[in-house]
Design a protein around this ligand. Structure first.
Ligand code: HEM
Ligand SMILES: *[C@@H]1O[C@H](CO)[C@@H](O)[C@H](O)[C@H]1NC(C)=O
Length: 161
């Protein structure tokens, strides 16, 4: 009985397997190499997935290269990338699990209200990992650490979306 309850929770992704200390460290150290490239990161996401850009009324249909120089773009890039930084600052310490839950729950709620679906969040994930893999020291261990971390966060996100 208990087994099936646990299995059911795993299937909906509500159970996060904590990252090892090494994995949390790898996510933090690689993220610190790019976390100040906010504009560059959001531009990479928009270029890879114009359907994401199209959801932003103030950016839709505009040329990404020219958007990169605008204050509005920098502001929004700072919000999104800043959110990733907040989460990454909390991982690797089980005591922070409730705070991670709260933040991810808020992200899910605000985006659910906008009708953003899992498919677009998955596109964002693909674009983020692609950006990382070409801008930080990347190998099998860093890739596995990011997969584990993003699986956890996306499990929480999708359970609430
Ligand atoms: C993947 C598809 C996504 C779409 C289409 C999307 C779309 C939007 C839109 C339309 C807004 C409102 C912008 C405005 O106020 O002018 C917004 C706000 C925001 N987004 Fe996203 N978003 C996506 C993913 C994400 C992700 C992955 C994060 C964080 C890592 C994020 C973080 C935020 C934050 C922090 C705000 C501002 C606060 C809020 O309203 O919640 N978004 N998003
Ligand atoms: C883990 O997080 C708790 C609560 O935020 C904090 O009190 C504690 O100092 C943190 N431990 C480490 C090793 O950072």
């Amino acid at each position: 009985m208990k087994f099936f309850a646990v299995l059911a929770l795993c299937v909906v992704g509500a159970i996060a397997v904590p990252l090892s200390a090494d994995q949390a460290g790898l996510v933090k150290s690689t993220w610190s190499q790019v976390k100040n490239n906010e504009v560059d990161i959001l531009a990479a996401v928009f270029s890879a997935y114009p359907d994401i850009q199209a959801r932003f009324p103030q950016f839709a249909g505009k040329d990404v290269a020219s958007l990169k120089d605008t204050a509005a773009f920098a502001t929004h890039a700072g919000r999104i990338v800043g959110f990733v930084s907040e989460i990454i600052a909390l991982i690797g310490n089980e005591s922070n699990a409730p705070a991670v839950n709260t933040l991810v729950g808020q992200l899910a709620a605000s985006h659910k209200g906008r009708g953003i679906q899992q498919a677009q969040f998955n596109e964002f994930r693909t674009a983020l990992v692609s950006y990382l893999s070409s801008n930080v020291a990347w190998n099998d261990a860093t890739a596995a650490a990011w997969t584990a971390g993003l699986d956890n966060i996306y499990g929480l996100l999708f359970a609430a979306l």
